[in-house]
Design a protein around this ligand. Sequence first.
Ligand code: FAD
Length: 503
Amino acid sequence: MNKPTLDEKKISRVVIAGGGTAGWIAAAALSKKLGELLDITLVESAEIGTIGVGEATIPPMRVFHRLLGIDEREFMRATRATFKLGIQFENWGQQGDRYIHAFGKNGRESWLAEFHHFWLEGRVRGIDSEIGDYCLELQAARQGKFATSTQSSINYAYHLDAGLYAQFLRKFSEQYGARRIEGNISGVEQCVESGNITGLRLADGRLVEGDLFVDCTGFRGLLIEQTLHTGYEDWSHWLPCDSAVALQTEGDNAFLPYTRSIAGESGWQWRIPLQHRTGNGHVFCSQHLSDDEACSQLLGGLDGKPLTDPRVIRFRTGRRRKVWNKNCIALGLASGFVEPLESTSIHLVIAGITRLMQCFPYDGISPSTAHRFNRESREELEKIRDFIVLHYHLTRRNDTSFWRYCASMEVPETLRERMELFRDSAYAHQAEGELFRVDSWVQVMVGQGLVPRAHHPLPKLMSTDELSRFLAGLRENIQRAVSPLPSHDAFVRGYCQAEGCLD
Ligand code: FAD
């Protein structure tokens, strides 16, 4: 009888290379859900460390935690987390502008036409209001308020400490049987015939063998790129920022329930409020700004006293040509990166590991499974990419060569079509499998100043009185829901105050 090839034998030993957010998310999900079938080992190197950023998240993380049975308060205390209702974009459309992209729904739609068509008709008839007046989460964010309960429908995510999150997930994973090995991977062993990875050689000589390898080694892509030479599709012509400088400052006790994204001369700065500190960063384009200039602009605009020195991080936006290659699946920064503007990277890790678990190749890897996995991952990322490119392209800023480039650059065809559709007819849609909903597309397109020339005729059937009452009713309901909410910081203190914080 022929010896079975690796592809035909049971896949039960999973080795995760890397213990950043991606590695530990993968370990947590696999050990909790498939731990009884699989032997899970994670190799990480404290000496190399993790990227140390990645602290703003989006709402699907809550679903992931629920599936894993993670208790929200425990998780928030452990990671010194706060709540996030969206992102405030400042100076993006033009200098002095500000709008919030919130996680909530805009108004109430009809099956024929989304809500913003009613809002646009109201504007034509002189009913003056902002699209954000019809979104609960946006109004709560603007007023610095927050509360959640089992009855509440408020949609939110978290700001968290990335290092503490990895520690939290490590404890969780080990409890469900994942094994951690501390060590520096100095070589990757492959089957001569198939090219499949068979083991990770550590600097001290140990060999960690496995059937399936999850590459979570960050930008290095130690397995997917350095070993398997999978290739990378570069998107820097659409997303030209390639660097960031990050530092932490003392926190503000009245922390905001949203991330701030402040556009600057050649990039933008983030402010992420946690219970014990604020995360700050400046994402910039090195062709237009030097590291020193980027650091001094960041230091010049800080609200609190620095706790760490500025640290420069380089990146290249784009995607790995295949995230599943042979018996290796890349997750996190090893799989590609579309800059942190909409806090989508951790979500993509969660989506990737969920996808892997849904088609886990226990009886052997088939090309059709890997092919489907790659197609779905590519499509998911391309849609997110378009949404992020939208923020840069849809600007009226022309004060620097960076913004002039962004405003005039060619954008992906898929995005160009969306923008034209919205400009011509106010039509916005959520494509199949797409993360961002119509509400998100509308908030950002309107927020950045894209005014549709026409909209759906349905609201024209309403008299001005009817339309006015309909819109006023929605606004009043939202204010009625928001006004009794406590302030965000008061709620955090009562709900999930971490030890040693906010005293
Ligand atoms: P890393 O954190 O780099 O971890 C890599 C791991 O591999 C480490 O444990 C390292 O020790 C290990 N490793 C590497 N080489 C070896 C070796 N030879 N031997 C042993 N171990 C090795 N995402 C969000 O969702 N929200 C955000 O707000 C956000 N902000 C960001 C801001 C910036 C500037 C950047 C660059 C990214 C941001 N991200 C954000 C992305 C986010 O940081 C990552 O998606 C997330 O942290 C996962 O990183 P990772 O685990 O893939 O990589």
